[in-house]
Write a protein that binds this ligand. Structure first.
Ligand code: B12
Length: 398
């Protein structure tokens, strides 16, 4: 959706405070890089033309374009974990499509050659290091993702029953399962973190492995959003504490349920939450921060290719603050992959879940030093029980 202020030219001063996007030479020459890499790949692997034909070759250019978007962000922020996470995800996708791993590996090797020749400076060097690290780890990356649902997890049985209802296309049953449990005393926070979150991640896993369609995913997401809305009488019950926050996705980002949960957790903690949803332009976010007199801005990105947009947004917001104090919290999939990324995008902190986001903001409110964990930095505990660097799609709630 286009920002209305963009169309009618309102709020001119805010326009002037939006700096130009940070250029990334890799995304700028994405098409040319992708075509050159695929040409090289198909020249060295004549069997690919036989197997996939011209249509397969075009698809391969498209896929390589995606590789480049993720690679560009990993290189720009010097975060090889981001590209590693993407390649781990791509491996599972390839496996589900019965495409050999060597096709992915050879494609990445061809991309490395082209990047080595055409992308200069530190960015090119970092991109090559990202590809090399991902290629080294590719054979040991898992070919399948285990389920995000475990019967022994808190609310594990409810989560499974909720998923089953959604997959059966039964919104009414899904809603009743949740509302009945909340009526029986289950805290809404637990339902969010132990039912909605793992179930949506499981839906993503099932989509990724080809077990369900985009239609099933859309249904499950829309039904969950509707059921979250049914829980709002509980969400809006907490006494107000005079603290305002704005919660939003960056421009281009469509995954809005995670940041909506973050906003709702702040609401339940007594903050006035202003949830803007998906794909919000920088100027509207800046305006919302001013209008709502926010002391906290929570920014979400799920797609790694949007990390540069987060950096631009934070730069724009800080440039437009005119002396106002504002803490900026970031989160979402790429920030769960690369624990240091929040610093690199210019945020004040990062959290892996809605509960941890509130805990971190409250520790900031409590005064200096209160947010410092064992590492001394304003990052909330990760709490997922996985080794550092594990792909984010393996994240699950305890
Ligand atoms: C629903 C969904 C969609 C919907 C979103 C609709 C909507 N209204 O939100 C639609 C269909 C639009 C979509 C599109 C795409 N999706 Co999608 N999607 C999902 C899915 C299944 C669920 C997302 C979700 O709601 N998760 C549950 C929430 C609660 O979890 P969460 O987002 O992680 O949020 C928690 C924390 O991360 C944290 N957090 C989140 N934000 C913030 C912010 C702050 C400040 C803080 C502190 C914390 C924080 O707190 C939250 C609550 O605890 C995921 C699967 C998954 N693993 O999440 C895939 C997934 C994210 N999608 C994926 C992909 C690939 C895409 C597409 C690129 C597909 C395509 N080819 O078009 C597009 C990209 C669209 C875009 N431009 O953004 C991949 C991403 C893989 C990767 N390597 O990046 C996933 C992981 C699916 C998969 N397993 O392959 N998707």
């Amino acid at each position: 959706m286009t920002d209305a202020t963009e169309l009618v030219g309102l709020h001119r001063p805010a326009f002037d405070r939006i700096p130009d996007p940070i250029p990334n030479p890799m995304t700028e020459q994405r098409d040319a890089l992708a075509r050159a890499a695929v040409e090289r790949l198909f020249a060295s692997r004549p069997d690919l033309t036989e197997r996939y034909g011209e249509a397969g070759r075009r698809k391969c250019v498209e896929d390589t374009g995606h590789h480049i978007l993720y690679l560009a962000e990993a290189a720009a922020t010097d975060s090889p974990e981001l590209f590693r996470g993407y390649v781990a995800w791509a491996k599972i996708l390839f496996t589900g499509l019965n495409l050999p791993e060597t096709d992915l590996a050879d494609g990445l090797a061809a991309l490395a050659e082209v990047v080595g020749e055409r992308v200069g400076g530190a960015l090119g060097q970092r991109a090559l290091a990202c590809i090399a690290a991902a290629l080294r780890d590719l054979p040991s990356m898992p070919a399948a993702v285990p389920s995000f649902l475990r019967p022994e997890a808190p609310f594990g049985e409810l989560a499974q029953a909720y998923l089953n209802a959604l997959l059966a296309g039964d919104r009414r049953r899904a809603s009743a399962l949740v509302l009945d449990r909340v009526a029986a005393g289950a805290p809404v926070r637990d339902v969010y973190l132990h039912v909605f979150q793992p179930v949506l991640r499981e839906v993503g896993r099932l989509w990724q492995t080809g077990a369900i369609t985009v239609g099933h995913e859309h249904f499950a997401t829309a039904a969950t959003q509707a059921i979250m809305a049914q829980l709002y009488p509980h969400v809006f019950q907490s006494p107000r504490r005079g603290r305002s926050m704005v919660a939003t996705c960056v421009s281009g980002e469509l995954h809005e349920v995670g940041i909506r949960m973050v906003a709702d957790f702040f609401e339940m903690a007594g903050w006035d939450s202003h949830y803007l949803g998906a794909n919000t332009p920088a100027r509207s976010i800046l305006q919302a921060v001013e209008e709502r007199d926010a002391r906290l801005l929570a920014v979400s990105a799920t797609i790694t290719a949007h990390v540069g947009t987060v950096t631009e947004l934070i730069g724009a917001v800080r440039a437009g603050l005119r002396g106002r104090t504002l803490r900026i919290l970031v989160g979402g999939y790429p920030f769960n992959l690369a624990p240091d990324l929040w610093r690199k995008v210019g945020a004040d902190g990062c959290a892996a879940s809605a509960a941890e986001a509130v805990a971190l903001a409250e520790s900031w409110e409590a005064g200096p030093g209160a947010a410092d964990g064992p590492g001394g930095g304003p990052r909330s505990g990760f709490g997922n029980g996985l080794p550092a660097g594990a792909p984010a799609f393996l994240l699950r709630t305890r």
